[in-house]
Design a protein. Structure first.
Length: 116
């Protein structure tokens, strides 16, 4: 089970911190990450982080403004989003998967709205 939190409404230039808590399995070996989907657009990759701590970002999306981190003890992944822009408005989804994608889980999403 994946439970996301931290979404909301913020003005442009503001910050939000998204969290995703995973439970039910030993997720410490899984890759944990975030996708987002804006209205009328395809879901896109934002960032992920492997069990080793290696993180990957979508440069076109993040532009150096987001930071992903994880706590492998309590199986949580966090996305710190700074200097938010109206273009960041979307539903943000947590995704947790094994490196080979054999097991692949999605959260229900949390809404992020950035006003001009």
């Amino acid at each position: 089970q994946l439970v996301e939190s931290g979404g909301g409404l913020v003005q442009a230039g503001g910050s939000l911190r998204l969290s995703c808590a995973a439970s039910g399995r030993p997720f410490n070996t899984y890759t944990m990450g975030w996708f987002r989907q804006a209205p009328g657009k395809l879901r896109e990759f934002v960032a992920d982080i492997r069990s080793s701590g290696l993180d990957t970002y979508n440069p076109a999306t993040v532009k150096g403004r987001f930071t992903i981190s994880r706590n492998s003890i309590n199986n949580t992944v966090t996305l710190q989003m700074n200097n938010l822009e109206p273009e960041d408005t979307a539903v943000y989804y947590c995704r947790v998967h094994t490196p080979d994608y054999y097991s692949d889980y999605w959260g229900h999403g949390t809404q992020v709205t950035v006003s001009p």
